[in-house]
Each structure stands twice: as C-alpha cells, then as structure tokens.
Design a protein around this ligand. Structure first.
Ligand SMILES: Nc1nc2c(c(=O)[nH]1)N[C@H]1C(S)=C(S)[C@@H](COP(=O)(O)O)O[C@H]1N2
Ligand SMILES: [Mo]
Length: 419
C-alpha cells in the first residue's frame, strides 16, 4: 500500500481514514469521473486504485495529473506540457526517490555534520547556526534526472521508463557548500564529497543507504552549489528533501542529495551506495545496444548534455489554418549555456531560429519561443533543437545506447494539426 509508505503524519492521511468510512458510492464515482460498473462487487471500504494514487499525489502537494511511474519508491513524472512555468512550482516538480521516505524529521533534534578523512575539523550544525552563521544565496537551478528520456531507448534500458518530464527549474535558497567547507577546513587531498541522507534502503536494512552519491570538489566549491532549505521562497517540501538538500545544478539530479544529515569530504572518489558502475555511469566509447561495458570502461556522469522541451502547445494540438502558432519552452545545457535554439516543421530538412532568452543566472534554464506559420492544412511535427556554447547540438535520434539508459537528449517533438 503506497499510502502507508508515509511514516510522517500528514494531515491528509488522517482525513482520508475517516473519509474512507464515510464516503458514498456516488461521491467515489464523481471523484473517479465515471460510474463504477461492478460497484456491487467492490469490497466495502475499498478505495479504488485511481483515487489512492491521486490521494497520494495530493498528500505530496502534487498536481493529480502527474504520472506515477512507481510508488515504491516514489517516482513521479511531470507531463511535459505541465512544465510551462518559468519557475517550476512544487505541484509540478517530478519526484525521484531511490528508497523509503525518512521517518518524521524533528527540526529541534535535527543536525547536519561535515566530516571525513579530508576535513581539518569535523563540525555539526543545527538549522539556526546554518542560517545565522552563513550568508544565504538564491539561484534558479535545473535538476534533471540522469535517466530523463530513458523510455525512448531501444532495446529498453533498465529502470523507470521516464518520458522527458524528469526535469525542473526552481528557485533554491540556502548556504553555499563552499562556505561550510571553508568553515571545517579542507586538507590538500580533498577530491570529492559524498552526501548522506535520512531516507532508508528499499529493503528496510538500516545498515544500507538508499543512495549516497556526491560530486567532485571543483563542483562542491562552485558559487551555485547550495545546501538549500528553501524552494520557491517556501520551506523546502518534505518530498524534496526537508529540511536540507544539496542542489548541484547542471549535474544529474542524483547528485543533489535530499534529507541531508551529513556530508563527507573524501580523499578519493566517494564510494557510497549507487556510486559504483553501472549506476550513473555511461560507457566511455559507444557500445552496441543491448550489450554491457566493463566497469573500468565507464565514466561517472558529470555535466548533463544540452536539451530542450516544448511546453506549449501540448502534442496533438489543433490549430485553425491561417493562424500563427506561438510555441514556447525551455532549454538548458548542464554546466554550459545554451547558445541558440531552432525549430523545424519539415522533419529536420530546414531549421529556423527561435527567440532565446538569457538565463536568469548560470545553470538556470533558458526560455525560447517562436511564431510559426504553416503552408497548408494537415499534420505537422514541430521539432526543436538546442545548441550549447561549445557548438554541441541535440541529436535528432536517440543517442548512444547505454545499459542504464542515461543522457538521452534527442530533440523533443510535438504533433500539430492544422484544420
Ligand atoms: N537522499 C536522497 N537524495 C536523492 C535521491 C534519493 O533517493 N535519496 N534521489 C536522487 C535522484 S536520482 C534524483 S533525480 C533527485 C530527484 O529530486 P526531486 O525528487 O526533488 O525532484 O534527487 C536525488 N537525491
Ligand atoms: Mo535521478
């Protein structure tokens, strides 16, 4: 029962229990938007699965039209047309959990420690100390799951079959990881940091972390690498890592540890859960689809590749012939910036420039738009292709197959009918 994966006491959870007892068949039908044909066969007190899912989404502050790919652990994708906002609201931010949610976190008891073989003096802070001792900064940062777009690989790659909606760009506020690393002091041999969260392994084994990844020290020391306690000017939502999360924009979002209790500073590449191949690694040279690569022939994913999504119109839109269609969306390029975005309505034969805005800050997504005129009535596809500031473009077909299906940045396409 996915619902009870929540060990914290959300108000909705209490509400729902009474709700189940009291709810009438008519109101269940109206919530489902359909008459239950075999209602007389449905066990008493049974909550239809569609409502259970929508209820869970609601309790996590999510729009009910998000797609649940998995409920143990929670993996929830945002349909791409719902990513139209410049600042992704909580309700439309995808969820990617590797394990079970932490127990209730009491801020009075919660502390955050920086330790490890490469710190001069390990230190523990509470939230007040973090907020008072260090300056706060805000940045808009793209968090994109390394497996975003995995569903398009063939043969299918292992893991959640994400479409292209495992991406967000929210406003994150917190302290710089760099300032804390300066506070504890780094030894000369520091090369990597690892994060340690309060969530638990799917197996329930308390000795095993669900995920404990990290970033190289150069990334840890960047201005934009934050320990965030605020998202979109609101307290960090529980599902996104309350009370403190690492946000390392530009890297696969697996680097942005949620529900932090500690960070370790390492004299070698961090060796926590899911750091080993093939997790979050890709073959150094292309391999034949469906085959494997030896661990030593794989590299850890750092910067995410250039990518764009069309957030308006929704694929399948109908437009009256003679009207111009104004398309829009976002583009980003990991550690790089997007240099230009183009669109095609003739399957990539010719391309025209989109209008592209500058990012609000480094590592934020950039907005593009274009006004399109169509020559005849009929079926079209709008393809969009972004190019980063190193001249690297998105491929039009799914790129290098890899065992875990990472880094598919093929052009996004939407269907449009001129009627
Ligand atoms: N502690 C912890 N941090 C985590 C994860 C997790 O399972 N546990 N999942 C990671 C992965 S793979 C992704 S893509 C992002 C998803 O962040 P979000 O759920 O806030 O969108 O969180 C990362 N940080
Ligand atoms: Mo991820």
């Amino acid at each position: 029962m996915p619902y009870f994966q929540y060990s914290i006491d959300l108000p909705v959870k209490k509400e729902r229990r009474t709700f189940i007892k009291k709810i009438s068949l008519a109101s269940i039908s109206s919530a489902l938007g359909a008459h239950i044909v075999f209602a007389d066969k449905m066990p008493k007190g049974y909550l239809p699965v569609l409502m259970e899912e929508q209820d869970s989404l609601k309790s996590m502050g999510k729009d009910p039209s998000l797609t649940v790919l998995n409920d143990r652990p929670w993996n929830v994708e945002t349909p791409v047309h719902l990513l139209d906002d410049r600042e992704t609201p909580v309700s439309k931010m995808f969820i990617r959990n590797n394990g079970l949610l932490p127990e209730q976190i009491n801020l009075e008891e919660w502390t955050f420690t920086i330790y490890g073989e490469s710190v001069i003096k390990a230190k523990t802070y509470n939230m007040e100390e973090l907020k008072n001792k260090f300056k706060t900064y805000s940045y808009y940062l793209v968090l994109e799951c390394g497996g975003n777009g995995r569903g398009e690989f063939y043969p299918p790659a292992e893991g959640n079959q994400w479409g292209v909606g495992a991406v967000s760009c929210a406003k994150w506020t917190g302290v710089r990881l760099r300032d804390l690393l300066e506070d504890v002091g780094l030894k000369n041999d520091a090369v990597y940091i690892g994060y340690h969260g309060l969530d638990s392994h799917l197996s329930g084994d308390p000795k095993k972390a669900s995920i404990s990844r990290g970033i190289p020290i150069w990334k840890a020391l960047q201005d934009e690498t934050l320990l965030a306690f605020t998202m979109n000017n609101q307290e960090l939502p529980f599902i996104h890592g309350y009370p403190l999360r690492l946000v390392a924009g530009g890297f696969p979002a697996s680097a942005s540890g949620k529900w932090l209790k500690a960070i370790s500073v390492r004299d070698k590449v961090h060796d926590g859960e899911k750091m080993e191949a093939p997790s979050y690694r890709v073959p150094i040279s292309p391999i034949e689809p469906g085959t494997t690569a030896d661990s030593e022939d794989m590299r850890i994913i750092e910067s995410m590749p250039v990518r764009s999504i069309i957030t308006y119109p929704k694929s399948g839109a109908q437009v009256a012939f003679g009207q111009t269609l104004a398309i829009r969306g976002h583009a980003w390029a990991g550690e790089a910036a997007v240099n230009h975005v183009e669109y095609s309505i003739d399957f990539g034969s010719t391309w025209r420039a989109c209008n592209l805005e500058r990012p609000i800050n480094r590592l934020a997504w950039q907005h593009f738009s274009a006004k399109i005129e169509f020559p005849l009535k009929g079926y079209y596809e709008v393809w969009v292709k972004a190019t980063d500031d190193k001249g690297i473009s998105q491929p039009m077909v799914v790129p290098n197959w890899n065992p875990k299906g990472y880094l598919n940045n093929a052009c996004h396409r939407v269907a449009v009918k001129l009627v």
